[in-house]
Every structure is written in C-alpha cells, then in structure tokens.
Design a protein around this ligand. Sequence first.
Ligand SMILES: C[S@@+](CC[C@H](N)C(=O)[O-])C[C@H]1O[C@@H](n2cnc3c(N)ncnc32)[C@H](O)[C@@H]1O
Length: 309
Amino acid sequence: MSGHRPVLLQEVITSLQPAPGQAFVDATLGGGGYARALIGRLRPGGVLLGIDRDASALERFAREAVPPDVTVMLEHTNFAQLDRAAERIGRPPNGIIFDLGLSSLQLDDPERGFSFQSDGPLDMRLDRSESWTAADLLNRESESDLRRILRDYGQERWGSRIAQRIVERRRQVPFKTTKDLVDVVAGAIPRGAWPRDIHVATRTFMAFRIAVNRELDAVEKGLKAAIEVLASGGRVGVVSFHSLEDKIAKNLFNVEATDCICPPQAPVCICGHRRSVRVITRKPITPSEAEVQENPRARSAKLRIAEKL
Ligand SMILES: C[S@@+](CC[C@H](N)C(=O)[O-])C[C@H]1O[C@@H](n2cnc3c(N)ncnc32)[C@H](O)[C@@H]1O
C-alpha cells in the first residue's frame, strides 16, 4: 500500500521530547506517521489529540488499533481553531506539531485535484465540506487577483500571462479539470522557459491550492493559538515546505520571544508586549542528505521549534 512517508520524523520527536503521561496535539494528522510515533512515547497514560481539515485522514486513523493505555481524540477542524479543539484535552498540552501542506495520500488521489500528473476535477479543497473549489476560483476571480495569487503564493514569474490566458479561456469554456489548467499553463509559458527540475505547472498548482484553502492565514492563526494553549515548558514545532510558511513561523516565534515590540523610534514602551516563548531553533532543522535521497518530497522541509516560558 502506498502511504505518506513522514518527513523529519526523528528530528520532530527528538526536539519535542514527548514523554509518558503527557498530552500532545498533532495539528496535521495526515497519514498518521507522527501520531503513531508520538503515541508510542506518550504511553502509558498520555493523550494525543489528532486534528485534520480533511475528514478522510481522521476516518483512516480511526480504523487503526491504538494501545489501550493512551487516549486518542480525533477532531475534524481547521487548526486555525486549535485553541477551541484543545479544550477537549482538559489540560494544557505539552507539545504541538504542525506538518504543513498536503499528504501524499491527498496528492496521489486524482479525485482531489491537487496533482498536475493525472487528470481529475479541479477541486483542491483540503476540507471537502467547504464549498469553494479551485474551479470556482479560476472561473470567478478577477484577473488581477489571479495574478496576485500566482505571484505571492507561487512566485511564478509568468503569472501575468497565465492569469491573462485563464481569463481568455474561461470566456469560451469554464475550467473543470486539472488538465484544463495544465494546458493553459503549458501554453502560457514559452517552451524554452519551462523549468528543468519541476513540472511546468508546479508553481501554479501550489499557488491556487494555498489560495483555495487560505492556508497562510490558517498557519498564522494556528501557531498563535498553539503558543497560547501550550503548558509552560511545552514545545511547538512546525515543519514547512514553502518559504512563506517558514517566514510566518520564524517571524511569529521571534516576536513572541521578544518583550517590547514597539517601533525602534518609540521613546518608551507603549505596547506592553511580554515574551511568551524561547526560540529553540535559531536556524531551521533540515533533512539529512540520506532522507532527501530516500524521499525527495523532504527536499524543501524546514523544522522550527519554540518553547513556552
Ligand atoms: C503533510 S500532511 C501531514 C502528514 C503527517 N505528519 C504524517 O506523518 O502522516 C499535512 C496534513 O495537514 C492537513 N492540513 C493542512 N492544513 C490544515 C489546517 N489548516 N487544519 C488542519 N489540517 C490541515 C492536510 O489535510 C494533511 O492531511
């Protein structure tokens, strides 16, 4: 069975230091790779709350056998609402992990519409109970918004041309499938400018996926909520695959590790901000060469950790 191979698993476990009896939150359950490793270290007596925005991840995990001496709770929600979900545990968690983006299970399922490799509906919703799909976005957003999404989330230098071609095409026929989008991208970027190391539509698919799911907003809210609910001495970890996600984690941890955040020209502190964490990773932890060899998906992964004071 093909599944999701967890990235930076050893590094996550070593840095979050799960111990028997503790309570942990896996904010991105996915294929359950981290959750299984955490459960093994929280027993006996520990609690694991597994969250995912994708109900199928939770349904899959619910069918797994769990040792009787740990409590496992599953919650179908956006981790932006982690503070509310964590109330279920009944005590402040000792560790919280975020492993951002998609699992291979989602990417490899053509029906989910995340992949440019196989044709499927242009869906891209992480949570299929929400109504806004990638097809809606492509058929309805203004050309300037499409351009902004491609630039900001995909760092796609051909974004203007792709946005223009999207609008031209949808005047004739609406977007329905992933192939519709791949064809437009391939036609908008001159052949000689196609990237060598990634598929020509990689950046576009990533950009629209982030926009459909408002992923960056969720990361900011989820990390703030995590810092708020953590037990003193507890740790939060974030594995990111996109430079903007890593930047959000880095900036938020730095701000939350600083007492006064007034502008430098302010003569006295008026913000009253007090630090709530200590940054454990000055530089992010990245995968070993061996891991990247074995699992190319790990290539761009970065792990940052902060500890609640
Ligand atoms: C990279 S996978 C996690 C893999 C997992 N660590 C493992 O070892 O199998 C990311 C998961 O996070 C979920 N996800 C992404 N954004 C989310 C959000 N805002 N709230 C909750 N879950 C989210 C996705 O649905 C996906 O299942």
